[in-house]
Structures are given as structure tokens and as C-alpha cells.
Ligand binder design. Structure first.
Ligand SMILES: Nc1ncnc2c1ncn2[C@@H]1O[C@H](COP(=O)(O)OP(=O)(O)OP(=O)(O)O)[C@@H](O)[C@H]1O
Ligand SMILES: [Mg+2]
Length: 301
């Protein structure tokens, strides 16, 4: 692959197989400048027409993807936007977090078994849900069986209905499967939660490698937001990871979501953090994220 030094613009041909596992930084042989090896693509404006399509993804499990998808979607809905939350995970956790048990969802939309109007359920004011769950295993088989165009299955299912919304937020499963690839072919923007509790920097680097292989075919998808999660100043020492993230990815790093026990309790009550504990740190942090994503600092004041 070609690597261009951001300081002296010297182009280097690098043999990818020789990059050590976990390497995050490259050093220019011409000027000695050190820079991130896998830099997120520059922020692009989402196309003017249609909703903003945002995927919440990182292959690593348990980093706060679903918590972020649900509370971001709920926060945007509270701010007055029409939001569709799409769960592409067979665990179907998004429904659980919202206190819902839908019998239909994304599977029936993709297979065409039901019209869109019957597959999408209203979860809250301004918030609709296309549920995931075990039935999505069938969707993965449908994608696998297609001779070509399997990666556009989600695009074909969602594009006809997306204009009813201002935001489409897509939660993904841990790991890397045909549905993850489909999400990366559908969304324009990505939020990647990185847990400060465990060392997920390696996971982020792996994910960025996989993402760049998709970007060869779909340059429209960019990683815009790296969201540190599980920040706990009392008992951990997350600063080293946070500092490293800021060093490498600068402006892409959002204000962290703090470790907050209310966030882990709220799913059992089927409530968003804004409903369960509106005054909590979790609620404050997700309101902050909504302000950052919308670019509207005055929201909720
Ligand atoms: N900031 C936080 N503070 C405390 N607990 C949290 C926080 N964020 C998420 N949790 C809890 O951590 C667990 C994992 O979070 P979540 O399910 O959102 O991760 P995930 O990335 O979607 O996991 P998976 O990869 O399995 O889909 C959940 O029990 C959730 O309630
Ligand atoms: Mg999840």
C-alpha cells in the first residue's frame, strides 16, 4: 500500500504483510515525522438529500455499541428529529433496551415478507425501531447465497423507506459478518466506541484495516467519531489510552462517556438513560454526544 507522510508529502510503498500486528504509528524515512498509520478518512459532508446514515460499530464486543445506538437515537428523538434505529445484531438487544418485544423487524423487511409499514414499530415519540434478533441469521444466509450484490442487501431494503427520517442509526453486532459489511455499504458516517476499561486500541486498529478494505469499493463511508466509553477516573487509569487515542486521532475523538452504573441498570427497566436517570452522568454524556453529532451546542439547555 502507499503511505504518504503528512509532513513532507513523501510517498512510501509499504509491504502490508511486514507491518507488525498492533502497529499504530509510522515514521517517515525521509523526514523522521511520526504519524498514525491508519488515519480516519477526512470528514465529508453527508449528501444533502436524505437522512444522515450513521453506523455504530467496532468488531470488539461489549464496548457500548448498543448503549450508544439506543441512547443517541433516543437523544436525537428528544431533540425533535425523526429517527429510525436499525438493529443488525442477532442478539436483538436494542429492543430490550427500549423495553419492547417486537415480533417482526429487519428480517421481514429484507425478505419482503411484510410491507415496510408493518416491520417498523414506533418506540417513542419521534423514534422508530427496525428490530434485530435471531431471525437475522436467515438474512445472512440470503446475503451469502446471492451471486453478486449481496453487500447491497441493506441498501436495497432501507433506501425506499429512509426519507421518512432525519437520522438512521444502525447498531451492529460484535465481530465481522455479512451484515456488518452491508452496514458499511449503507452508512456514510461511523461512530466507533472504544472502551477505556479494556485495551481495545488493538481492536480499533484491526477495525480500521477492515474498514479501509471496504473503502476501496465504497469511499463514501468515513469514520467520523471515535467515542471513548467506560471512562472511570476513580478505579482505573484510562488516561494512557485516552491520551494515545487523542495523539493518534485528534479531533475525531469525542468527549468520553463516563462509566455510569445507571447506564448498566437502565436496560433492565426497558428505559433509555434520559427516562431512567435524566440527571445522571450517563444522561449528560449522551446529551453531549447528541450536541456534537448535530453540531447544535444549544440543545437541551
Ligand atoms: N458507560 C457505561 N457505564 C457503565 N456500564 C455501561 C456503559 N456503557 C455500557 N454499559 C454496560 O456494558 C454492557 C455492554 O454494553 P453494550 O451492550 O452497549 O455493548 P455492545 O458493544 O453493544 O456489546 P455487544 O458487542 O455484545 O453487542 C451492558 O451491560 C451495558 O449496560
Ligand atoms: Mg450490542
Amino acid at each position: 500500500m502507499k503511505v504518504i507522510c503528512p509532513q513532507c508529502n513523501k510517498e512510501h510503498n509499504v509491504d502490508e504483510s511486514k507491518i507488525p500486528a498492533g502497529a499504530t504509528v509510522a515514521q517517515c524515512r525521509a523526514c523522521g515525522h511520526r504519524f498514525p498509520l491508519f488515519e480516519p478518512a477526512p470528514e465529508k459532508e453527508a449528501p444533502k438529500a436524505g437522512p444522515r446514515r450513521i453506523g455504530v460499530t467496532l468488531s470488539k464486543g461489549g464496548v457500548g455499541k448498543t448503549t450508544t445506538s439506543v441512547n443517541l437515537a433516543a437523544g436525537l428523538a428528544l431533540a425533535g428529529y425523526k429517527v429510525l434505529l436499525v438493529d443488525t445484531d442477532t442478539q436483538g438487544q436494542a429492543s430490550y433496551l427500549l423495553g419492547l418485544k417486537p415480533k417482526v423487524g429487519l428480517t421481514e423487511l429484507v425478505t419482503g415478507e411484510l410491507p415496510a409499514s408493518e416491520t417498523i414499530i414506533q418506540a417513542r415519540e419521534n423514534l422508530w425501531l427496525l428490530a434485530g434478533g435471531r431471525a437475522l441469521a436467515g438474512v445472512k444466509r440470503i446475503i451469502d447465497r446471492k451471486d453478486f450484490g449481496g453487500e447491497l442487501t441493506l441498501v436495497e431494503a432501507l433506501e425506499p423507506i429512509e426519507n421518512d427520517y432525519d437520522y438512521i442509526i444502525v447498531d451492529t453486532s460484535p465481530g465481522w459478518d455479512p451484515l456488518t459489511v452491508n452496514v458499511l455499504f449503507y452508512v456514510y458516517e461511523l461512530i466507533t466506541p472504544v472502551s477505556l476499561e479494556v485495551m481495545t486500541l488493538q481492536g480499533l486498529v484491526e477495525f480500521l484495516k477492515s474498514l479501509s478494505s471496504i473503502q476501496k469499493y465504497r469511499s463514501d463511508v468515513t469514520l467520523n467519531y471515535i467515542l471513548p466509553t467506560f471512562l472511570d477516573k476513580r478505579i482505573k487509569n484510562p488516561d494512557a489510552i485516552l491520551d494515545k487515542l487523542k495523539d493518534l486521532y485528534g479531533e475525531y475523538v469525542c468527549t468520553p462517556i463516563r462509566y455510569n452504573v445507571r447506564l448498566s441498570e437502565s436496560p433492565a427497566y426497558g428505559k433509555t438513560i434520559f427516562e431512567y436517570a435524566p440527571g445522571s452522568h450517563g444522561s449528560q454524556d449522551y446529551r453531549d454526544l447528541v450536541r456534537k453529532i448535530t453540531g447544535r451546542p444549544e440543545l437541551f439547555s
